[in-house]
Ligand binder design. Structure first.
Ligand code: COA
Length: 149
């Protein structure tokens, strides 16, 4: 899918970033609600990309640098209007092949019922590493997936 590109999010993009993040909130698997303050904090502490399809912002990817060899994926969102077209898969492929190509370890946590997300990660070479009950102290489990290169 050639028309997908990634573009860094900056301060002036906060309203669009909040809209995309809040388009997918799910009580069980993705319970977070983005506010303006949280968005500004995340911009300071995370590397955030818009996923753009034909120049429309259709999703976000958020990364946290853990070390020179280890990147943590802290979020992956595709606006429901654009889901099911391979956009998350293509965007992550691009990220892994370019911005993250020198990281030996890329990892993330995901709710075990989040089948769509898990399918995307498994297709791209992530493996299931561990399970933890009540991971975010929200009463729900999460699994850790990692991709080691
Ligand atoms: C997870 C998410 C980013 C996927 O975005 P997307 O652009 O629709 O993903 P893709 O189209 O690239 O791939 C989805 C895959 O899931 C598969 N899938 C869809 N519904 C499924 C289901 N119920 N069970 C299993 N697999 C399913 C699709 O078939 C597709 O795989 P395929 O391309 O091999 O057919 C999107 O659903 C989302 O934003 N979810 C809410 C936020 C979230 O949970 N993010 C992940 C947090 S770790």
């Amino acid at each position: 899918m050639k028309e997908i590109i990634l573009e860094r999010v900056n301060e002036r993009d906060v309203p669009t970033f909040i809209r995309l993040e809040n388009s997918v909130t799910d009580a069980k698997t993705y319970p977070w609600v983005m506010t303006e303050q949280k968005a500004k904090d995340k911009l300071k502490n995370e590397i955030i990309y818009f996923i753009k399809k034909e120049n429309i912002n259709v999703g976000t990817i958020r990364c946290i640098l853990k070390s020179s060899e280890h990147m943590y994926l802290n979020g992956l969102v595709v606006d429901p209007k654009f889901q099911g077209q391979g956009i998350a898969t293509t965007a992550l492929e691009i990220l892994l092949a370019n911005e993250l190509k020198d990281f030996k370890r890329v990892d993330l946590v995901v709710h075990p019922h989040n089948a769509k997300a898990i399918m995307v990660y498994l297709k791209l070479g992530f493996i299931i590493e561990s399970w933890k009950d009540n991971y975010f102290e929200d009463g729900e489990p999460r699994i850790t997936l990692s991709r080691i290169s």
